[in-house]
Design a binder for this molecule. Sequence first.
Ligand code: HEM
Length: 154
Amino acid sequence: MVPTQPDITGRAEIETLVNTFYQRVREDELLGFIFADVAHTDWTTHLPKMYAFWETVLFRSGGYTGNPIAAHAKLVPRTTMGREQFDRWLLLFRGTVDDLFAGERADHIKSCAEDMANVIYARINGVPDPRFDPAKLTPEQRERYARYKPAATA
Ligand code: HEM
């Protein structure tokens, strides 16, 4: 029987996910060189930034304060940031999550990644985004995001 994967419960799992994902990205022929040769990524700063990013997305506690649209828009004049690249990014991300985790948060992080990939792709390429329009959330998306809203402070 296939053992049941654990769900993502906090920072430790996020670090494992991010480390494994970017190992795969760095080896990918479509995406690896964008980090190595275009952005000249310093992994000692990029990985902790991504731990903070995903911790903020999932648990509202990572303290991430960057600007993902601007970070990717900068790359557009220097390399192709098209649908093929975003689809590959998503394939690797979903595959990494599925290899390591299963459960409600694992599903949520995959949906968030997909929604954000579609928004970033559309914004940096100046095209309308038929796949994800924040103004037109489906009832399922609305319900799922509402569950992850922080408790209102009195
Ligand atoms: C084609 C797909 C993508 C490529 C090639 C890509 C590449 C990059 C690169 C080169 C950087 C800058 C790293 C550095 O500082 O050297 C970056 C930053 C970042 N990426 Fe992506 N990315 C992609 C998709 C995504 C998606 C879908 C997300 C979110 C779900 C994401 C989240 C981020 C975040 C949060 C940062 C840090 C931005 C900041 O500086 O605050 N990326 N990405």
